[in-house]
Design a protein around this ligand. Sequence first.
Ligand SMILES: [Ca+2]
Length: 479
Amino acid sequence: MVGTLGGMALAAAFRGSPALAAERPNIVYIMTDDHAAHALSCYGSRVNKTPNLDRIAAEGMRFEHCFVTNSLCGPSRATLLTGKYSHANGFRQNGDRFDGTQVTFPKLLQKAGYQTAVIGKWHLESDPTGFDHWCILPGQGAYHDPVFIEAGGRKKHQGYVTDLITDFAIEWLRRRDKARPFCLLYHHKAPHRNWQPDAKHAKLYEDAEIPEPETLRDDWATRSSAARNSQMTVAKHLTPGDLKKPIPPGLTPEQELKWRYQRYMQDYLRCVASVDDNVGRFLDFLDKEGLAETTLVVYTSDNGFFLGDHGWFDKRFMYEESLRVPLLVRYPKLIKAGTTSDRLVINCDYAPTFLDLAGVEPPADLHGRSLRPLLEGKPPADWRKSLYYHYYEFPGPHAVQRHYGVRTATHKLIHYYHIGEWELFDLQKDPRELRNVYADPAYAGVVAAMKAELDRLRRELKVPEDAAPQPRRSAQKGK
Ligand SMILES: [Ca+2]
């Protein structure tokens, strides 16, 4: 009882005292949609430059090995909010409806005296809960003159979506209560398909030849039938709406592949360039407001993306380009500028990190772990050595079979459990994941060890058996 009263008094003190509030960080979580790590120059991109995003890395920490636990828009967002895997938060695939009555980190921060907002892409079907203010795109939203939904209703706005989301984020910060800390989820739609650039970047890369990835002509030999039967190739599955220009007549198949790749990447990277400009504008605003020192700034994406890698666009697979996301974190009070971490980090870790830094005890049932010791440059000896992944959306767009798997620092085991196929990759010898060595007798010991680790993780996370694919619930139109 005394503890409870003490806690209440403390919460009241936090709410009322600017001095105490100043000790807790403001939180800005910037998430883009489908921005692959290999399309940021601070991650060694061969295809573009992102000077403003690189600034976050230069002034903070860059994570080399940050992964999502289900590489898809909606599920990744549900995991961000809950700190839990899809099977535990109930949002397994796009078209599911997020149960907004469950515990989320914004709700806990709100209770602890934070002012909270989410602005931009939401994609969870139900209305946001736990936010003092929300202004979201319906579903995927539009690139040009988009409609936004707020608690008060829907309104169409003139302009380009990446500019508008940034304008709204800055506006909300201008109106904030300066006596209390804030948590802002600033979520871009870009660079999601179908990659519509703004006028400012419309001619970027027009005369450039964007370097092709080594695996653009992958034939998926040795990989599972799941890889061969998926439908996300640059060569065949980009639609006229994606390409936006007629295919020049008379091209050989090889010439057409080259043309399609350039066309895809030009528009993708133009959308990324606008994100980079706008994040720069946002960082400048934090500087001008004197918030740079007291605000934790996170930049990441909801999933990775194939940029022609393995011949594909899109995500979903547990392969590196889709599994891995950029993670840049700046908070000068805690993080030494220009540092990196090579530890295995997952998107379940965000919620416990934000709660930890805000001085709020994280619920015991979260699947992630606070990144604070990594940010401080003191990784604990018992930091995770493996991570679990689970993708559910089959049948569904791009026809990627359901699969789960485990990744360690050196190997990856994937089980396509409804078709009974396995893949094992030796990430040290084969970082591009071109040789499935599951059936190679030399790897029998690794297979056994990885299967044991996979079983251990599934038990620990209480992952239920996924009996049979259910027909995909159609996404609500217009919301
Ligand atoms: Ca996405």
